[in-house]
Design a protein around this ligand. Structure first.
Ligand code: SF4
Ligand code: SF4
Length: 147
């Protein structure tokens, strides 16, 4: 199970043009990937957005103190808040208008998810911003099952 945000995003505050039948992946009206993922919530795992030693935010001890927590192993993560378990640096209304309060010094893992990529799409569905797509019909294989 992928945990944490090693594979995650966020808010590169980008916008991806999409095909006519797709949603527009506009980060400033979203914020989904700044919220803990469902698979983490299921096991009460809140170490979602890790802050690595090389991250610029470490040059701002006041931000580290205010916005992060350190686990038993000494690893630092962004605090999550509220029912949506959103990163505490995320301002605004999810799915309407959001921004990252520390955009210039946001952790490196926040830069991994790109608008419209697989993680982005999953996060948006989990937070109810997009609907679950219809399951694709299985392709015909050219053979039939007979008794
Ligand atoms: S889930 Fe996608 S569209 Fe939403 S903020 Fe993250 S990258 Fe942007
Ligand atoms: S630090 Fe900014 S970009 Fe990263 S999860 Fe928090 S609000 Fe999103």
């Amino acid at each position: 199970m992928a945990r944490g945000r090693a594979t995650l995003h966020a808010t590169s505050m980008g916008r991806k043009k999409t095909a006519a039948n797709e949603p527009e992946f506009d980060c400033v009206t979203c914020g989904a990937c700044c919220c803990n993922r469902d698979q983490n919530r299921e096991i009460d795992y809140d170490e979602y957005v890790e802050v690595l030693k090389k991250d610029k935010i470490n040059k701002h001890p006041e931000l580290i103190k205010k916005l992060t927590f350190t686990n038993a192993k000494g690893e630092v993560h962004m605090r999550l808040v509220g029912v949506n378990q959103r990163c505490c640096a995320l301002s605004g209304r999810l799915g309407e208008s959001v921004s990252c309060d520390i955009y210039e010094v946001r952790p490196g893992v926040c830069r991994l998810v790109k608008a419209g990529d697989e993680e982005c799409r999953k996060a948006r569905i989990e937070r109810g911003i997009d609907e679950q797509p219809e399951p694709k019909r299985a392709k015909r294989q050219g053979s039939s099952r007979r008794a």
